[in-house]
Write a protein that binds this ligand. Structure first.
Ligand code: 5GP
Length: 125
């Protein structure tokens, strides 16, 4: 069920629980700003979710309300994770679903990082 990207942050969302270590995840990276782990239902040979440590519902919330430090730290973490997985060549895809039309299901902002095969054109409806 897609979520309303403008709702207040819900501390009981599944990624908040992962951040607090209350439910397990397959961690690939962590620093002051970001936590990254394998998606439970991968849609490519490599499918990593990167989430900010802060309490942001969506890209909309994060881009409007996060500090410049948080944004810079998060963006640098995403780039580092891709480089650490040797994805720069042959390439990869980043995706952020936002709200109902975007199909966002988990109300903690996250970037999907896909790689490991040619990913085709952008959207298959
Ligand atoms: P969204 O549709 O919100 O952009 O993507 C949510 C993603 O979170 C989905 O790709 C889904 O497979 C993944 N996901 C949902 N619950 C869990 C979980 O408990 N653990 C992990 N690792 N991924 C999850």
């Amino acid at each position: 069920m897609a979520i309303d990207a403008n709702k207040p942050y819900d501390d009981e969302n599944i990624f908040a629980k992962i951040l607090r270590g209350e439910i397990p995840s397959k961690k690939v990276y962590e620093d002051e700003w970001a936590y990254a782990f394998h998606d439970i239902a991968p849609q490519a040979p490599l499918h990593i979710l990167v989430i900010p440590k802060g309490r942001y519902v969506s890209w909309n919330d994060f881009s409007a309300s996060a500090s410049s430090e948080e944004i810079a730290g998060f963006v640098r973490a995403v780039g580092k994770i891709a480089r650490d997985h040797d994805l720069v060549e042959p390439g990869y895809r980043l995706l952020a679903n936002v709200g109902e039309n975007g199909g966002q299901e988990v109300p903690h902002f996250h970037i999907h990082l896909f790689g490991g095969k040619p990913l085709g054109r952008m959207i298959s409806a």
